[in-house]
Write a protein that binds this ligand. Structure first.
Ligand code: UDP
Ligand code: MG
Length: 182
């Protein structure tokens, strides 16, 4: 079994090393082959040299770099297009998606689920404007669309190889992965 973690990166130079350490600590407990692919979304800070350094030091680390900043969803899609594994976990680089949840995602996949989503816990830390606009967004999109989309969903999820293949076959340029995955 091989797992891959796909991580979009935009100006994260200071956090990447601790992210890698946290990731490795969890992956060691899973007892499987793994890679992490950092998709640098045109960072203007030192993220790219840091990623290259991490790739030199760690055989699990893979990297790709977009020619400019395209946005989180495109960076994530580029990563998904360039990885091969039995299952892929997508997550943010800033440790807002806790790596220690990964064993639970993997366990659900091993039970047979092709997609294992997570939901953001509501905390006071989320600024009220974001919380309010997010609530309106999900109410609106669920009214407009036939595909139900869970409010507060995060792009921290596990996708089976088949689910990744299905996503890759979608030609959308403006990509809203939460909706596409649903
Ligand atoms: N990110 C990206 N391109 C961007 C903005 C963000 O690849 O233009 C990455 C960022 O480095 C992080 C993830 O996407 O790994 C989520 O970004 P952020 O933490 O800014 O989003 P939020 O926490 O507000 O959802
Ligand atoms: Mg964040």
């Amino acid at each position: 079994m091989k797992l891959a973690i796909v991580v979009p990166v935009y100006n994260e130079q200071d956090g990447l090393e601790s992210f890698c350490v946290a990731l490795r600590d969890v992956m060691m407990t899973l007892n499987c082959g793994w890679n992490v692919l950092f998709g640098d979304d045109g960072s203007e800070d030192g993220s790219w040299p840091v990623i290259q350094q991490l790739a030199t030091e760690n055989p699990e680390v893979l990297s790709l770099r977009l020619s400019r900043n395209f946005g989180h969803q495109t960076a994530l899609s580029a990563g998904l297009a360039h990885i091969s594994a039995d299952a892929v976990i997508t997550m943010d680089a800033d440790l807002q998606h806790p790596p220690n949840l990964m064993p639970q995602l993997v366990a659900q996949w091993q039970q047979g689920f092709a997609v294992v989503n997570t939901i953001r816990a509501e905390t006071d830390a989320v600024n009220p404007v974001k919380r309010y606009s997010s609530a309106i967004f999900y109410r609106l999109i669920n009214r407009l669309s036939d595909v139900p989309i869970t409010p507060g969903g995060a792009d921290f999820r596990l996708l089976s190889a088949t689910a990744v293949q299905a996503l890759r076959s979608m030609p959308e340029r403006q990509r809203f992965l939460r909706g596409m995955v649903s």
